[in-house]
Design a protein around this ligand. Structure first.
Ligand code: PEP
Ligand code: MG
Length: 805
């Protein structure tokens, strides 16, 4: 059952914005919502005929609920009701709820499959949360008694408690199930309320840290309770960007976070501090107009950066800018600025004071999430101030080597790679969003260089080696010339590498080494083909499953795998079965929170625990393998039993699809030290090993790959990691081939080491293919073996790196 919603308002922008807000609560679920608002984009008014059209579009047979704003909106809706056919009219409810609150609650209820009358009743109670919060009279529709059934507790750790978005996720989980769920907040002594009602959840006032009692009864009680507890453990699927952000940490030593070389005059971000004029604002109306115009311009600029980032880097990175856009509509900021303008301040001074006041309020709160919002307020505030005063942002105009404490994502997104030779950050983390954006632009970056770099005077020559994490300040002339020559040579080399990237990579002594691509989407597959990939060495199939309400079925999977294969024009594709777990939960699988998700139920462990998921995936892969060369590999394998169990599921899938083309290959990732050390035991059961150095390094060095405090420990050059690569190659001993698909394979110094250790093939991100092929072409197998032998007897990563001069 899907009830449609109709929003009737005098203002089209108002209605559309209310719909956007409601859709936020649906977490991707689609329900019909139609708007009948304004006479056109700008003219206020309502029109009964437009309302009839909207109702007709929203009602797919299960009825529609109409929400209205003021006065004549209600009259027009009543008139529209009269114009409808009798049969349709019976399914339509005009709902007296307040428009915005009502629409949000109605959307969640309709998204959960409630019938029209229930959607309207839910919406009508939408003010209850606000009334409870502000101490008004709430008509207590809740019951004081719990239901018979299962009971449990969960703790809400979301920074803002069970606010609208997490509450909407809870409602989604509960609605449409054959179970009655009641919750209460013992801290406030609340009554038990129905957890299928967003408006009633709002009355509980659940804050971060509150323990919530839950009671579930009905046929699906056990299953629903398991889902609720898993959802709570996953923080109601709020993304990390809206929960506590990591603290910037000073590092022990600088870290190369974006590869490449760059040299140029230092350009420090502090150079661009804006002078705020102090004169009186003579005409408050004119000052207010210029402030709102600047805010509008910044809103457009943020939308452009967001769209560009979504295309160039990805939706997750782009969503960072949503918080910035929301701040521009924040009453606290605009209201405070308006007050000051009315008291005679000029627009810039009023805005600057309001920004600083609001940012200070955030910074003073004892909560890391809210403190981090202070930086957002200042970043957006600065952007508006510069627009108002006609100053360009220091980062937008940056040239040479940009030196800063850290950069906001917006600043990073603004940098022009043809102007900025490199970025040197005093703090920051290699995995932070700003650095991901810089890497995507190909700008060399060093993070964690320490506070001292902030004292580098503007204009001083700085040379940055973003691959090695080394930089030189004001190098002597001869060193500078030499570095400039290296930069020019590297650029020339890259251009040449691109021209020969479609040719095979053959070592100096005649060994052909296949260089493949790591792929996480169909677009990546196209990029891989255009960069000259010899094969796809790793297709991360997670992209098909994450953020989905339901697993993709066999046909959908097959269609996507086929598109990838077609984009690669018949080259072999290596499909890895799903590698998710406690660190990357699937919305459709309740996975309990684990204290150490990387050591928990992930990869093959999760797949074997949910064998339907695995068998569907293997069926899609087996079907594809009848038409195109396919390799299938299993992630995170640590025991032979796991491999054999997965192979049995594969054998079953192969039997179901019938006779095979001959070139299906089966292999496994080597990401766990146990697998590397036992390679000889695995070898009879696989055609190939693919070493995932990202995970192999974190498990070998006991250094979480996402924790920048231990980033310098997680170094794949460490001889311990190299010993495990060697052990894998020895265990394979001609029975199985060995490739490397971790990030390490894209480090040009790694090619000789890995080939010397016995690796047969490499797989890297598509843009790294030309340089990796060239690195292979520079290798001599005999020299590489000597290099590898020396590396194996080195004491640490630094000693291995020093072998490369
Ligand atoms: C790896 O661990 O090196 C690997 C390639 O897998 P992922 O990065 O997807 O974990
Ligand atoms: Mg891995």
């Amino acid at each position: 059952m899907t009830v449609g919603l109709v929003v009737v308002s005098h203002s089209r922008p108002l209605a559309e914005a209310a719909v956007d807000l409601a859709q936020e609560m649906l977490h991707g679920k689609q329900i019909p919502i139609e708007v009948a608002a304004g006479l056109d984009e700008r003219t206020f008014g309502t029109d009964a005929v437009a309302i009839v059209d909207a109702i007709t579009a929203a009602d797919h047979g299960d009825g529609a609920v109409v929400l209205m704003d003021l006065g004549s909106a209600v009259l027009s809706a009543e008139l529209a009701l009269e114009l409808l056919d009798d049969e349709v009219r019976e399914r339509v409810v005009l709902c007296p709820a307040p428009l915005v609150e009502g629409l949000v609650v109605a959307a969640v209820a309709a998204g959960g499959g409630a019938p029209a009358a229930e959607v309207a009743a839910e919406a009508s109670g939408a003010l209850a949360g606000k009334l409870a919060q502000l101490g008004g009279d709430v008509e207590q529709a809740a019951t004081d008694t719990a239901v018979e059934g299962l009971s449990a507790k969960f703790v809400v750790v979301n920074p803002h408690g069970l606010h609208a978005r997490p509450a909407a996720r809870l409602v989604q989980e509960v609605r449409g199930r054959d179970a009655e769920v009641r919750i209460r907040n013992p801290r406030t002594g609340s009554a038990w309320i129905d957890a299928a009602s967003l408006s009633k959840i709002a009355t509980l006032g659940v804050r971060s840290g509150d323990e919530v009692d839950v009671q579930v009864s009905g046929p699906q009680a056990a299953d629903v309770l398991e889902h609720i507890l898993a959802l709570a453990a996953r923080h109601f699927d709020e993304t990390p960007s809206t929960s506590t952000p990591p603290e910037p940490l000073a590092k022990g030593r600088p870290i190369g976070a974006g590869p490449g070389l760059g040299i140029g005059p230092a350009w420090s971000v502090r150079a661009g501090t804006v002078e705020v004029p102090g004169h009186r604002g003579e005409d408050p109306a004119a000052e207010w107009r210029s402030l709102t115009a600047a805010v509008d311009d910044v809103r457009t600029a943020i939308a452009d950066v967001r769209a560009h980032t979504a295309r160039a880097v990805g939706e997750a990175e782009a969503s960072i800018f949503d918080a910035h856009a929301l701040l521009l509509d924040d009453d606290a900021l605009l209201g405070a600025a308006k007050n000051r303008i009315e008291k005679g301040h000029n627009a810039a001074a009023a805005w600057a004071a309001a920004v600083s006041e609001v940012a200070d309020q955030f910074a003073a709160v004892d909560d890391a999430y809210l403190q981090a919002r202070a930086d957002d307020v200042r970043a957006v505030g600065d952007q508006v101030l510069r627009t108002l005063l006609g100053h360009v942002a220091p980062t937008a105009a940056a040239t040479g080597v940009l030196v800063a404490a850290d950069l906001s994502p917006a600043e990073a997104a603004e940098l022009d790679p043809t102007q900025v030779a490199a970025v040197l950050l005093a703090f920051g983390s290699a995995t932070a969003h700003n650095v991901i954006l810089l890497r995507a632009k190909g700008i060399p970056v060093i993070v964690g260089a320490g506070r001292a770099v902030l004292a580098i005077a503007d204009g001083t020559t700085v040379a940055v080696d973003g691959t090695r994490g080394e930089y030189l300040v004001d190098p002597p002339d001869d060193v500078r010339r030499e570095f400039e020559a290296r930069v020019a040579a590297a650029a020339q080399q890259h251009r040449e590498a691109v021209t020969r990237t479609r040719e095979p990579a053959i070592t100096r002594d005649g060994v052909t080494v296949k260089v493949g691509a790591n792929i996480g989407s169909v677009d990546d597959a196209r990029a891989a083909a255009s960069q000259g990939a010899d094969f796809a060495g790793l297709v991360r199939t997670e992209f098909l499953f994450l953020g989905r309400e339901q697993a993709p079925d066999v046909d959908e999977q097959l269609a996507v795998y086929r598109k990838i294969a077609e984009s690669l024009e018949g080259r072999r594709i290596t499909l890895r079965t799903l590698d998710v777990g406690g660190d990357k939960p699937l919305a459709f699988l309740p996975t309990p929170a684990e204290p150490n998700p990387y050591l928990g139920v992930r990869g093959i462990r999760l797949a074997l625990a949910h064998s339907q998921l695995l068998s569907d995936q293997l069926l899609a892969m087996a079907r594809l393998s009848r038409h195109t060369p396919v390799s299938i590999m299993f992630p995170m394998v640590s025991t032979v039993d796991e491999l054999l169990a997965a192979r049995r599921v594969l054998d079953d899938a192969l039997r179901r699809v019938g006779p095979q083309a001959a070139d299906l290959q089966v292999g496994m990732m080597v990401e766990v030290p146990a697998a590397a050390l036992k390679a000889a035991a695995f070898a009879p059961h696989v055609d190939f090993f693919s070493i995932g150095t990202n995970d192999l390094t974190q498990y070998t060095m006991a250094a979480d790959r996402n924790n920048d405090a231990v980033a310098s420990l997680g170094d794949a050059f460490d001889p311990a990691v190299l010993h495990l690569v060697r052990s894998t190659c020895q265990g394979a001993a001609g029975r199985a081939s060995v490739s490397v698909c971790g990030e390490f394979a894209a480090d040009n110094r790694a090619a000789a080491l890995l080939l010397g250790l016995g690796v047969d093939a490499l797989s890297v991100t598509p843009p790294a293919i030309p340089a990796t092929k060239d690195a292979v072409r520079a290798v001599d197998s005999g020299e590489a073996r000597q290099l590898a032998a020396a590396a194996l007897s080195a004491a640490d990563a630094a000693a291995v790196r020093s072998q490369f001069g």
